[in-house]
Design a protein around this ligand. Sequence first.
Ligand code: ZN
Ligand code: ZN
Length: 87
Amino acid sequence: MGLLYSLRCGECGYKKKDLMAGPAPRGPAPEIGICETCKRVVNFHPDGTLPKCKKCRHPLTPALSIESVPCPRCGKALQCIPKGIWD
Ligand SMILES: [Zn+2]
Ligand SMILES: [Zn+2]
């Protein structure tokens, strides 16, 4: 069971809904990555290989934690808003 978050940038207005973080019911916990090509934040499931953006195939920059994700558009710290629990 993990937590669902929204991220918001107070600087440029970038928003990302429904990001998952924390332990998953089965398999590895989803992680947060940033695609610097598409300028977006995405969830990925670590599988031992280099994470890639599903849209553009560019390698993702992993974020250390949901609380410290830089805005993909302007580089400011995104505000992290807990939205609930998923399972
Ligand atoms: Zn921003
Ligand atoms: Zn991309």
